[in-house]
Design a protein around this ligand. Sequence first.
Ligand code: ZN
Length: 133
Amino acid sequence: MKKIEHIGIAVNSIETSNILFKKLLGTPCYKEEEVASEGVKTSFFKTGLNKIELLEATKEDSPIAKFLEKKGEGIHHIAFEVQDIVAEIARLKEEGFTILNEIPKKGADNKLVAFVHPKTTNGVLIELCQEIV
Ligand code: ZN
């Protein structure tokens, strides 16, 4: 794994939270994107080299809706950038981690993504992401 690519935060309203995070970080959201297949709307903020992703549910059965229902707003996942997502999934499986989707899927921000089940990572949902070139 190369570095933390971003931290994902589940929010009830992107509209409201975009205003809040603009105030907090002193910089506006630079990109908004809906991932219809995941039932999620996202917005991205940059602070120096670091990125924050806000996630709002767009349908009731989306993973974000379920997370918000169970835990409320808060940190949803930590995303790590990887060079070769297929190899990394294979390595983590070999190490005994549970991968939620063994075939990488298209996520927000032009990335291939896969998730590691929080039950096998001390309660933290881990996202692997590889830039699509
Ligand atoms: Zn993410």
